[in-house]
Structure formats: structure tokens, C-alpha cells
Design a protein around this ligand. Structure first.
Ligand code: FE2
Ligand code: FE2
Length: 274
């Protein structure tokens, strides 16, 4: 591990705290955890699924931090109370998603080792920017790009999933994420007119930086053309995933950004054909 890194390990406290959490989100315990059967899976498929779901738990964990940072910025920017209240639910949703993914990894044989630097889990805007521009930067990165792009991909994975527990977990996540994906555009219905041309240029560059980061992760996805349904304990077949990701970037991210006068295209450094 590099200096500052820690292993991504999670825990539940249990007792009264867990009961209160279960009361808030009873749907977690209602998923078909007992019926999970991986007896047909090969050791390779199990190992790959453990990695996939540990990585998914980590991404949900990061998204939780991103939602919390966005919420703080929305409050600092004095965004409308009802809009802030809407966003206050998101960090809890993400913690539920963390639990779902981590618990599945556990049932597949345990989380795969994953090292990360908890001090740099998410990037924060420059404190020099105005509170409104800081909020808009976080919303454009985390919601207009991050969440808006993850929804069609999660939905595709849900439809592709055959195993009942995995299908139920993805269905739960998709249900929550619909509100997250819509939030960025609602926010800009309020915030767009508060920004001048220079701010919009800043936002276009930040959107481009986030898109670049997403596109560079695409090249890490191994193309396993012949993954068999019974062995696929995670996401979509890789080629279909990449095709959907590219289409979703156009439809769910670039198009609505352009409609709002924010054009990240001149600032992109990665080819979208990765
Ligand atoms: Fe999530
Ligand atoms: Fe989310």
C-alpha cells in the first residue's frame, strides 16, 4: 500500500443503532438474501464477482461522500430549502447501497482487497470560488455527470441480471438512483441564471474533467465476450456495458448540458470512442 492508504473495510455497529437504521430502510432485510446460491459458479467467476461487488461498494461509498459534500455546499449557497431537503436523503441512500454491495461481496466469499486514501476520497472545489459556484461545481460533477450516467448503466445491469438476489439489489439501487439522476437538472433550473459566462465556462471544464475520468475507467473494463449467464454474478456483459455507457453519455449527460448552455466538448481530452 502507498503512504496514507488504508484497506477498504466496513462494519456495522449493531444493536439499537442497527435497529434504527433498519427502521429507516426496512427494504434491505426484505431482499432474498437466504436464496442466494452460487453452487454453479466457477471459482474464477466467484473471484471476479467478489472484485466487482467490492469495487461497487467502494464506488457507492465515494458517492456517499460526494452527496454529503454537495449537501454541505448547497446549504452554504443558501439553495432553496426544499431543494436542500430533497438532497439530504441521498447520503442515506448511498449508505444503503454500500451495505447491499458489501453484503453481497461477503456472501460471494468476502470482499476483495482494495486500498485507497481516505483523505482524498473525493475532489472538493477550490475554496476561493463563491459558495454558489462551489455548489454548482459539485452538482455538475456528482449529479449531472456521475449520477446521470450511472442510472442507465445500472438499469441495463438490472435487466441483464439473472440471479434473483443480484436482480433485487440492482432494482433497489435503480429505484433510489432515479431521484439522484434527476436532481442535477432540477438544481440547475434554479442555479443556472445565477451564473455568468465565466462561471459557465468553469462548469463546462469541470464537467469535461469528470467525463474524462469516467471515460478513462472504461478502458479498464476487460472485454469478456463469452461470459455465460450462470457465471455472470455481477454486471452486464462487458461489450454491452461499454455500448450503453457511450450512448448514455450522449443522451443523459451531453445533451441536457448543451441544452443549458454548458458545453464540455471542447475541454475533453479523452476520446469518447475509448
Ligand atoms: Fe448509489
Ligand atoms: Fe446515487
Amino acid at each position: 500500500m502507498k503512504p496514507g492508504e488504508e484497506l477498504f473495510e466496513l462494519s456495522m455497529w449493531g444493536g439499537a443503532v442497527e435497529r434504527r437504521y433498519r427502521h429507516l430502510r426496512p427494504e434491505v432485510e426484505q431482499l432474498p438474501w437466504q436464496d442466494f446460491d452460487v453452487s454453479k459458479a466457477t471459482p474464477e467467476a466467484l473471484l471476479s464477482a467478489r472484485r466487482t461487488w467490492t469495487e461497487a461498494a467502494f464506488q457507492e461509498h465515494r458517492t456517499g461522500a460526494a452527496c454529503a459534500a454537495s449537501l454541505q455546499a448547497l446549504i452554504a449557497a443558501r439553495a432553496p430549502i426544499d431543494l436542500v431537503a430533497m438532497a439530504s436523503r441521498f447520503a442515506l441512500d448511498e449508505m444503503v447501497h454500500v451495505e447491499l454491495c458489501a453484503r453481497l461481496a461477503q456472501m460471494l466469499g468476502g470482499g476483495a482487497p482494495l486500498a485507497y486514501d481516505p483523505k482524498h476520497i473525493i475532489a472538493l472545489p477550490s475554496p476561493e470560488l463563491s459558495p454558489k459556484l462551489q455548489a454548482s461545481e459539485l452538482v455538475i460533477r456528482n449529479f449531472c455527470v456521475g449520477e446521470a450516467l450511472s442510472i442507465p448503466i445500472l438499469r441495463g445491469s438490472w435487466h441483464a441480471a439473472r440471479q434473483p438476489l443480484i436482480r433485487a439489489i440492482l432494482a433497489r439501487i435503480v429505484k433510489d438512483e432515479a431521484a439522484h439522476g434527476a436532481f442535477g437538472w432540477l438544481y440547475f433550473d434554479w442555479a443556472l441564471d445565477l451564473h455568468d459566462e465565466a462561471d459557465r465556462l468553469h462548469l463546462a471544464k469541470e464537467a469535461a474533467r469528470t467525463i474524462d475520468a469516467v471515460v478513462s475507467r472504461w478502458s479498464d473494463i476487460p472485454l469478456l465476450e463469452n461470459e455465460h449467464d450462470d457465471q455472470r454474478l455481477g454486471w452486464m456483459e462487458s461489450r454491452a456495458y461499454l455500448d450503453l455507457a457511450k450512448r448514455s453519455l450522449d443522451r443523459a449527460v451531453l445533451k441536457p448540458l448543451l441544452e443549458r448552455g454548458i458545453d464540455p466538448r471542447p475541454h475533453l481530452t479523452k476520446s469518447l470512442d475509448a
